[in-house]
Write a protein that binds this ligand. Structure first.
Ligand code: HEM
Length: 253
């Protein structure tokens, strides 16, 4: 194996461990944060099924963002949809042709939509970047990391597009490398500069994810304003530690 391939194998394992351990740690931290008050943003669901529906509309359509700012919604939604399509196309690097999933990943629409999604991704990111520059109140609250995350994602998409449309990489060898990572049967990585840039940026993204604003993805599910049921009159709200304290005091809840 080449020295470069060994370095990237090691970097990918380090990045994967950082990503999984970091995000797990954050999720555990979010789960422990007390939510002592009833604070669902109204109009809020009155039942559990309603909460599930609320999350569905939030995750799929970005409902509350739609209600607040249409331009942010348009660019944000386009970017995330493109990300999902690119994700499906990328599955071909980690799914074996013998897998039952292979015919699905290999479907023409999955590959074609994924390929052109790169353009939509860059379009969405430019819109989100413009919003941070041109909308005064957003510029005021924007920190360097807000800009840098957008630039990082755009750079990943642009290097990806360059491989699809300008200078192809050795996809067969790349797949051997990615499958090798999964199966602990390490293989060489193609050494063209665009692929190496794409992957280095991805490694960086994986490593900073657990300390970045991209944590809004898992974080959404821990927002009391979204997950709480609007039933303060029907049922007394008590956080788990509040209930414990009451039980200790011998008071009725
Ligand atoms: C280890 C992870 C990744 C690998 C091995 C990888 C590899 C590749 C390769 C080889 C291409 C060129 C496809 C072709 O020539 O037909 C590509 C394209 C692309 N990549 Fe990645 N990539 C990874 C992660 C990501 C991530 C995290 C993003 C987005 C944030 C991304 C966004 C794109 C985009 C938008 C394209 C252009 C559209 C396409 O052809 O699929 N990639 N990637």
């Amino acid at each position: 194996m080449t020295a470069l391939s060994i370095i990237y194998v090691l970097l990918f394992y380090v990045a994967m461990i950082t990503l999984v351990a970091g995000v797990t740690n954050k999720i555990m931290q979010y789960a422990r944060v007390p939510a002592p008050l009833k604070v669902p943003v109204t109009p809020a669901p009155l039942t559990k099924t309603g909460v599930v529906y609320r999350f569905f509309t939030e995750v799929v359509f970005f409902n509350s963002l739609f209600r607040s700012t249409k331009w942010t919604w348009v660019f944000g939604w386009i970017f995330h949809l493109a990300l999902l399509l690119a994700f499906f196309r990328h599955l071909r690097y980690v799914i074996s042709p013998n897998s039952f999933l292979w015919p699905i990943v290999n479907l023409e629409p999955v590959q074609a939509f994924g390929k052109y999604a790169g353009f939509a991704m860059v379009f969405g990111l430019i819109g989100l970047f413009g919003r941070r520059i041109f909308v005064d109140r957003v510029r005021y609250i924007s920190s360097p990391s807000d800009y840098l995350m957008l630039i990082l994602l755009a750079a990943i998409a642009i290097t990806g597009l360059s491989m699809s449309f300008v200078a192809h990489t050795d996809i067969v060898q790349l797949k051997a490398f990615t499958m090798g990572l999964l199966l602990f049967d390490w293989q060489n990585l193609p050494d063209d500069i665009i692929l190496l840039t794409h992957l280095t940026l991805v490694l960086f993204l994986m490593m900073i994810f657990p300390i970045s604003k991209l944590l809004h993805a898992p974080g959404l599910f821990f927002a009391p304003t979204r997950y709480q049921i609007d039933n303060p009159r029907e049922k007394r709200h008590l956080s788990p530690w509040g209930a414990e304290l009451e039980a200790k005091d011998g008071r009725n809840s």
